[in-house]
Design a protein. Structure first.
Ligand code: UDP
Length: 345
């Protein structure tokens, strides 16, 4: 029987791509999602792509009893914990929402895992834990810090996992620090579906290209970068999904805990991304320069060599691939999954 992997937040953007990558690798993923920030329509798409209905439970990761029941009922071999809020601005406005869900959810999950003796966990962390890095590329040895409640929750969760490893040597944990995930599944059936105004660059660009927004605001043109705009490490969500498979396989195999960057190791500016997108889509993306966005750093890109050393993983998709796939998804799904969310649609 194939090993079952619980994906908290498995119906979201990164979770749904990882679901497919796990199925291809021979695992049986089980989704736990409260659909607070994604649409149940994703489940139909997953079924179309795999030929099987997805195993999915609707509920919150903060419900420790529910999580424990799922772990035991399905004899889960490992958990990938995606469920978490991720909007920086919202975390500044509503910090308790972030502490309750991101930290409270992690505590409940770990208690349920401890109670059911499932102690293998992959955690979605973020390059945000590096704050404003003193230099680039960023290795895992760089100092960590936070500048907003969202980033704080990621750091606290990482610290919690470290404390648990000290307390109980049976825990096997993989902490994945994501850089900037973009793109979509090559089928065009699964992709990023932000509610309301996108916070992130790529979905904003695709919405401008499809005519939903008149122009892109480029936040800042006076950074100390080659063209003055912010530089980031954009990583194809398919590569990121594959990174989760590699992480689970390493934990279930060798069994040693690790913390690794998942990035490409290459930085691209906002204007480079816009040009690459225009080439990939054949569309013009009008933009105007706007003041810097509060909290943004000039440059952020990974040294991804530790992930290659420990997991045998590295990103293979180019910026052009990311743009092509993001555009295919946006064109085929101008309204995303097209269903009203619990939030602001
Ligand atoms: N950005 C921009 N316009 C937007 C959204 C983002 O110019 O509408 C810039 C942002 O300032 C940063 C880069 O694009 O330099 C990536 O931003 P994003 O929010 O996607 O990711 P972050 O690295 O901030 O988490």
């Amino acid at each position: 029987m194939s090993q079952k992997i619980l994906l908290t937040g498995g119906a979201g953007y990164i979770g749904s791509h990882t679901y497919l990558a796990l199925v291809s690798a021979g695992f049986t993923p089980v989704i736990l999602d409260d659909f607070s920030n994604c649409s149940p329509a994703v489940l139909d798409r997953l079924q179309r792509l795999t030929g099987h209905p997805a195993l999915c439970e609707r509920g919150s990761v903060t419900d420790s009893g529910l999580v424990q029941r799922l772990l035991e009922q399905h004899r889960i071999g490992a958990v990938i914990h995606f469920a978490g809020f991720k909007a920086v601005g919202e975390s500044v406005a509503q910090p308790l929402k972030y502490y309750a869900n991101n930290i409270g959810g992690m505590v409940g999950l770990l208690q349920a895992m401890e109670a059911s003796a499932c102690r293998t966990l992959v955690f979605s962390s973020s390059a945000t834990v590096y704050g404003d890095p003193a230099s680039v590329p960023i290795t895992e040895k760089f100092p960590v810090s936070h500048t907003n409640p969202y980033g704080h929750t990621k750091l606290v969760c990482e610290d919690m996992l470290a404390a648990l490893r000290v307390a109980g040597p049976l825990w096997r944990m993989g902490v994945l620090r994501y850089f900037n995930p973009v793109g979509a599944h090559p089928s065009g059936l699964i992709g990023e579906d932000p509610a309301g105004l996108p916070n992130n660059l790529m979905p904003y660009v695709t919405q401008v290209a499809v005519g939903k927004r008149p122009y892109l605001n480029v936040y800042g043109r006076d950074y100390n970068t080659p063209d003055g705009t912010g530089v980031r490490d954009y990583i194809h969500v398919q590569d990121l999904a594959q990174g989760h498979v590699a992480a689970v396989q390493a934990l279930l195999g060798k069994g040693e805990s690790f913390t690794v960057n998942l990035g490409t190791g290459r930085g691209h500016s906002v204007l480079e991304l816009v040009s690459a997108f225009e080439r990939a889509s054949g569309k013009t993306v009008p933009y105007q320069f706007a003041p810097r966005r509060a909290g943004d750093v000039a440059q952020c890109y990974a040294d991804p060599s530790l992930a290659e050393d420990l997991l045998g993983w590295r990103a293979t998709h180019s910026l052009a691939d990311m743009c092509t796939d993001a555009w295919r998804w946006q064109q085929g799904n101008p309204e995303g999954y097209g269903q009203a969310l619990a939030g602001d649609r």
